[in-house]
Design a binder for this molecule. Structure first.
Ligand SMILES: O=c1[nH]c(=O)c2[nH]c(=O)[nH]c2[nH]1
Length: 288
């Protein structure tokens, strides 16, 4: 039986990097997790162990740190583009680079210029590709944006079969941890304000939508982000439905008028979907 090498890539996953910029007594902090992944002329390393085409993952990690010093680190998308282009443009055997970055957010404490507190659970993300034909794609995003509406959410009119026990409700808690990733029709002038704008659009739509299902809320959030400011053409979501079940307090002679909930962590409904402009340009390898 004949076998052949299939698609492959290799790289250094999760290079943790903290960059401090000292502006006198006031420090600026960037805390990121960088994963690089390269592909190209990798037949020989897999078939015979000849490493001549391989840029070591250790070198990839070193490059991340060196570039943080040489070029600074402002918007993660720009840093990822710089790294991806570097690997492809300097190594003929590397035909494609994929760089994924997570950024953990810190807020400076007001009293001091160099003390920080982690800003919630939210993570900013990006996924960048660059190939040897000079094509680049950028997907920006966020994850673990935890939101909750304590009313303004209903769920009824759903299919019922012999296994259905869920009661229809016209007033429930709606909570989720949003993962959203998006691409722009054209690169924005600055990924920072664009990210802030999309994030605010998502929050406004979550809060402002009287929800008949999390699916409806997802679409409303996508629609808002696409019709808002920063020129998005596609946004994809994964939203776990963080169920809040009313606790039955009747055994204790107490009523429970939507006041006391059991916040379940699993299982959870997982609602996923995308919203895109009808004329969205082809995504190419952007999401891979
Ligand atoms: O918003 C919801 N969508 C569903 O598809 C679903 N399914 C379910 O059990 N609860 C919910 N809630």
């Amino acid at each position: 039986m004949q076998v052949v090498l299939g698609p492959n890539r290799y790289g250094k996953a999760e290079t943790r990097l903290v960059r401090v910029v000292r502006d006198g007594d006031v420090h600026h902090l960037k805390d990121v997790n960088v994963s690089t992944s390269l592909s190209g002329e990798m037949e020989q390393v897999h078939l015979t162990g000849d490493n001549a085409a391989v840029l070591p993952t250790d070198t990839q990690k070193n490059t991340v740190y060196a570039f943080a010093k040489k070029h600074g680190l402002r918007q993660i998308e720009d840093f990822a583009l710089l790294l991806a282009a570097h690997f492809v443009d300097t190594q003929p055997t590397i035909h494609h680079a994929r760089v994924e970055i997570e950024e953990y957010l810190w807020r400076r404490l007001p009293e001091r210029g160099h003390s920080f507190v982690r800003d919630g659970t939210e993570v900013r993300t990006c996924l960048v590709h660059h190939d040897r034909d000079g094509r680049s794609t950028v997907v920006s995003g966020l994850k673990d944006l935890v939101v909750l509406n304590s009313t303004g959410s209903e769920f009824h009119g759903f299919l019922q079969d012999g296994y259905t026990t869920l009661r229809p409700t016209t007033d429930r808690v709606l909570a989720t941890a949003v993962t959203a990733r998006w691409r722009h029709a054209r690169p924005p002038a600055d990924y920072g304000p664009s990210h802030a704008r999309v994030r605010q659009d998502l929050l406004d739509a979550f809060a402002g939508t009287h929800s008949l299902s999390l699916q409806q809320t997802l679409y409303a959030m996508g629609e808002r982000a696409l019709t808002g400011g920063p020129g998005l053409c596609e946004i994809r979501f994964a939203m776990p439905n963080r169920h809040h079940f009313l606790v039955d307090l009747a055994p204790f002679g107490l009523d429970n008028d939507n006041e006391v909930y059991y916040a379940a962590d699993r299982p959870y409904g997982l609602i996923e979907g995308s919203v895109l402009r009808e004329d969205a340009p082809d995504a190419g390898f952007a999401w891979e």
